[in-house]
Design a protein around this ligand. Structure first.
Ligand SMILES: NC(=O)C1=CN([C@@H]2O[C@H](COP(=O)(O)OP(=O)(O)OC[C@H]3O[C@@H](n4cnc5c(N)ncnc54)[C@H](O)[C@@H]3O)[C@@H](O)[C@H]2O)[C@@H](O)CC1
Ligand SMILES: Nc1ncnc2c1ncn2[C@@H]1O[C@H](COP(=O)(O)OP(=O)(O)O)[C@@H](O)[C@H]1O
Ligand SMILES: [K+]
Length: 514
């Protein structure tokens, strides 16, 4: 059974500071948190040193508590075998609070970072800036980080970042001027969104989340609404077939096909909906494409449906409880009319997934799509890639450096604006709901960058919605299953392989029979 190594909640830097202060208010000292944080860093460092048989560590300390963690880690790591040097950006007499106490407890020499040499170093601990990073890094700190990154690339030695790679914004994942490239990042209590969003994620390397004595109960006050998209978030609501069930209990999904020369995308989606567990899947095909579609389908059923009127007639059957459209439909008024038909009021609570051309067809008038979504009989999931997202929600100009707007916040704003669940694709796929809840995908496979893989995702989500899964969890679970299938299949993956690999994903998620 698959395990996620991280707790499910994700915090912003401000929420983490609140978790620290609530804990300190309960009587735990800041110094005790710092000792435990540094202990986790030292343990990670020891693991790296054991693997590389290295003995010489350089700890780079900044002006705040991140630097304080560095001083404590230096003290914990030092031993007859392991030689530790400390270099600081700031003179000791400019430190305050716990950082000053930590620096005072280090009785070794402290070098200025400007002249600190990397010669002969086996491992660097980056304790320059963490949650307190508040502006772009410039001047001597920027030069140091550039020197560190160059040394790492040229020497092949490792860097461990404390809390966040210095220069990565912990909440947005943005690089503030320049950022450390780490092999591992040791963070505390809960992941921050900047660990999972690009480009921050790439700077982090392997991520360790350590327990430092902050109790989970502080989360009641903080009420986080961002979650790691991994089984821990949705496993309890994963739809499983029941012994007394039958196929209609598992839902009936419909996928709209494009015309005779554009049928493959919808078939990929339909096949994926079936593999995701929908009891029945019907491909709604224009009459001109019936022969082509029928010749290529076996377990997916087929019904003739021309244009919006054909779709309306098909959806009159209330057992059709999920519909997917967009892949291969073409951009224009005909597709807009089909979206209108799919979202038209109905007696059943029919869910809808809109992707690709169904989204682009509304690029000049997204408000009319929001109107249709508002009146729709059930939940609506939009699955834009970056281009489609920009077309629908506006290509926001480069945010000012003081306030970078993250992909997470842009997805959240889009969900609020549209009234739909918005799945914003990419290696750091974000799924956001209009009520503010959001997930960030932790599983990513670059093999997914292949034609038709998005069509398959549309189908998987439709299949999960057909089984009655709540839409934020269906979209999140769909994105995870899609990425997991790609990770299992690996090199050479084409879109057809994703649905074919879903049974293995299901096996990982399903308890073994006892
Ligand atoms: N009690 C706590 O709050 C705990 C904090 N911990 C550590 O403390 C860190 C947060 O500490 P702080 O809030 O002191 O923040 P940091 O140590 O991340 O940085 C704050 C300092 O950096 C300066 N600064 C910010 N951006 C800069 C820039 N671009 N260029 C130059 N200077 C810049 C600020 O003026 C301030 O002096 C966490 O990341 C974590 O490593 C851990 O020890 C666990 C407990
Ligand atoms: N480098 C990557 N790493 C991880 N996932 C990726 C990467 N590139 C693309 N993907 C995923 O692959 C899918 C591609 O969807 P999309 O762009 O709509 O493709 P298509 O239109 O060809 O079906 C999305 O789920 C996206 O998140
Ligand atoms: K750091």
């Amino acid at each position: 059974m698959i395990q996620t190594p991280y707790p499910v909640e994700i915090l912003t830097a401000a929420q983490m500071a609140r978790a620290d202060s609530l804990t300190i208010a309960e009587g735990v000292s800041g110094m005790s948190l710092m000792e435990k944080a540094a202990d986790a860093v030292a343990r990670a460092a020891n693991q790296f040193l054991q693997k590389s048989s290295g003995r010489r560590v350089l700890v780079l300390c900044g002006p705040g508590n991140n630097g304080g963690d560095g001083y404590v880690a230096a003290r914990l790591l030092r031993s007859p075998r392991i030689k530790v040097r400390v270099a600081s950006l700031t003179p000791r007499d400019e430190l305050h609070g716990d950082a000053l106490a930590a620096a005072s407890a280090w009785d070794g020499p402290v070098e200025p970072t400007e002249t600190a040499s990397f010669q002969g170093v086996d491992l660097v601990i980056d304790a320059l800036f963490g949650a307190g990073l508040s502006r772009d890094i410039q001047g001597p700190a920027a030069e140091l980080i550039q020197r560190l990154n160059k040394w790492r690339r040229e020497s092949g030695q490792n860097v461990i970042a404390v809390d966040t790679p210095s220069g990565v914004d912990g909440s947005t994942g943005a690089v503030r001027g320049v950022a450390v490239e780490a092999d591992a990042t040791v963070t505390f209590f809960r992941l921050k969104s900047g660990h999972l969003l690009l480009p921050g994620r790439v700077h982090c390397g392997q991520i360790v989340c350590a327990h430092i004595g902050i109790r989970s109960r502080v989360l009641k006050d903080i009420a986080p609404n961002t979650f790691v998209n991994a089984p821990g978030y949705w496993l309890d609501s994963l739809p499983l077939p029941r012994i007394e069930g039958h196929k209609y209990v598992r839902g009936h999904a419909a996928v709209m096909s494009g015309g005779p020369s554009h049928t493959g995308a919808a078939r990929l989606a339909a096949q994926a909906a079936l593999r995701a567990g929908a009891g029945l899947v019907t491909l709604a095909s224009p009459s001109a494409a019936m022969a082509i579609n029928a010749g290529a389908l076996t377990s997916v059923m087929i019904r003739e449906a021309d244009g919006a009127a054909g779709l309306t007639a098909l959806l009159a059957d209330p057992r059709l409880n999920a519909v997917a459209l967009g892949p291969g439909l073409g951009v224009g008024p005909a597709t807009r009319a089909q979206v209108e038909a799919a979202l038209a009021p109905a007696t059943n609570k029919r869910s809808c997934v809109l992707d690709a051309d169904a989204l682009t067809s509304f690029q000049h008038d997204p408000q009319s799509l929001w109107g249709l979504i508002g009146a729709a009989p059930g939940p609506v999931v939009l699955t834009p890639h970056a281009g489609e997202f920009a077309r629908l929600f506006g290509a926001k100009e480069e945010p000012p450096a003081e306030a970078p707007v993250s992909k997470l916040e842009r997805a959240r704003a889009a969900a609020r604006e549209s009234g739909a669940i918005v799945l914003y694709k990419g290696p750091d796929t974000v799924v956001a709901a209009p009520d503010g809840r959001a997930t960030i995908l932790i599983e990513a496979s670059p093999w997914l960058a292949t034609a038709g893989s998005g069509d398959t995702l549309t189908g998987i989500i439709a299949g999960l919605l057909a089984q009655g899964m709540e839409p934020l969890t269906a979209a999140s679970c769909g994105a995870w299953m899609h990425a997991r299938a790609a990770a299992i299949f690996g090199p050479g993956l084409i879109a057809d392989d994703i649905a074919a690999t879903l049974p293995q994903v299901w096996r990982e998620l399903t308890p073994a029979p006892t």
